[in-house]
Design a protein around this ligand. Structure first.
Ligand SMILES: [Zn+2]
Length: 105
């Protein structure tokens, strides 16, 4: 089962359509490096598991929606895909953010 690579992210995938959308690491080396930096992971860590990043770590701008046409069934549905060069930037440090909030209050 793929697990989100962002530390402390509680998203678990697997329950089909209800679970968060996840994205696999890009193969393109430069982009892959950026993802690794965002997750604070090393290449070796990725190889041990199916590595994904869930949708919440991307700005809406990074995601494009495409309608697919399934003419046979007369149904269309939206597929959400990452834009080229998208890098995770959101909720990368969940635990730290929580602590900062407590200190402030
Ligand atoms: Zn996540």
């Amino acid at each position: 089962m793929p697990v989100c690579c962002i530390r402390n992210c509680k998203t678990r995938t697997g329950r089909a359509e209800e679970s968060s959308k996840v994205y696999y690491f890009p193969k393109e080396p430069n982009l892959r490096k950026k993802w690794l930096e965002a997750c604070k992971r090393k290449e070796e860590e990725l190889k041990q598991t199916y590595s994904v990043v869930c949708e919440r770590h991307f700005l809406a701008d990074c995601i494009e929606e495409k309608w697919t046409e399934q003419r046979l069934k007369n149904q269309s549905r939206v597929i959400r895909r990452l834009k080229k060069d998208a890098v995770p930037t959101e909720y990368l440090n969940i635990e730290t953010e929580r602590k900062q909030r407590i200190n402030r209050g």
